[in-house]
Design a protein around this ligand. Sequence first.
Ligand SMILES: [Zn+2]
Ligand SMILES: [Zn+2]
Length: 179
Amino acid sequence: MSLPHPRELVRSLEFMADVCNRRRDGELDSAKSLKELCAGWRFPGASAVTKADAEATWTHVPRLEAMWDADRDTAASMANRIFAECDARPHLVRHDGFDWHLHGLPAGAPIADVIAVDAAMAFVDLVRVDDTERCKRCGDGRCERMFFDLSRNRSRRFCSTTCQSRTNVAAFRARAAAS
Ligand SMILES: [Zn+2]
Ligand SMILES: [Zn+2]
């Protein structure tokens, strides 16, 4: 399957969704859990996550969720606000076998800010090509997890096949009961 966006960008957006979803599910509640999540995604700077880093990250989560749910124009201004508040300094780097790519903050910056700026940089690309609509929430009202829709015609409605089949079964039962 060919992706509608570069793999790097898709990864950043999926990481952002994972942070927000796990925070909402109560799975992210400590420095340890944040460290493990970052390590799992091989997100840079994960080894030195402190309690203060974790708490700073939790304060960013609601604005990341809001940017995910926002229309294009609002998302643009939200990304700008993150850049200003986190004092973003985009620069090109080549490290650990990765070819030249953009970092938003200097090495050693607080991981909470790195997470927020990385998300805002991903939104720069989505806003420019007018594709923020791929940032969706699961259509199952009991789930509502964030997911990035990679389908060609932007038609995906559920975060997983589990939610999709649960909703289909419920709709089938409702139809059967009504007939
Ligand atoms: Zn890098
Ligand atoms: Zn779902």
